[in-house]
Ligand binder design. Sequence first.
Ligand SMILES: [Fe+2]
Ligand SMILES: [Fe+2]
Length: 159
Amino acid sequence: MTETHNPLVGASMWERDLYDHLSTHADTERVLLEEYTAAAKKTESKALEYLVNLLIEDEIRHHRYFEQLAESLKASAELRSDDLPVPMVDFHQVDASAVFEVSDRLLKKEREDAQELKRLQRELRDVKDTTLWSLLVDVMRHDTDKHIAILEFVEKHAR
Ligand SMILES: [Fe+2]
Ligand SMILES: [Fe+2]
């Protein structure tokens, strides 16, 4: 499967370059995804298969992000602001204080979650090389860092 990206009409040089970059990267992500899928199928190791499947979930999402970024750039260059898969930052077009409150509340939960995961990882120290459990908790800690970064963005821009 190959995806074709239509060239941008009426776009600036910067938009055209960025669009090419995003489209190319979306294709790279797709190739990587195919490689992971093949690796998961081929291996006899259940552990490797399990881990590669985790990576596949991420790569599917990365591919989607790149597609959405490219499409959003295209739509905004063509002044189709209703068709943006990635919306504009609109916190101040709505009730910004309500947006701030939600992000602030969720941020507190995520920070608690981060502490909890840290504790859990310490408890799993004895099996950290013989099971995938500690690694999974490590992965969740990275996810939590990501969640915190997202919510901090919201909080900062809704202030
Ligand atoms: Fe990726
Ligand atoms: Fe989270």
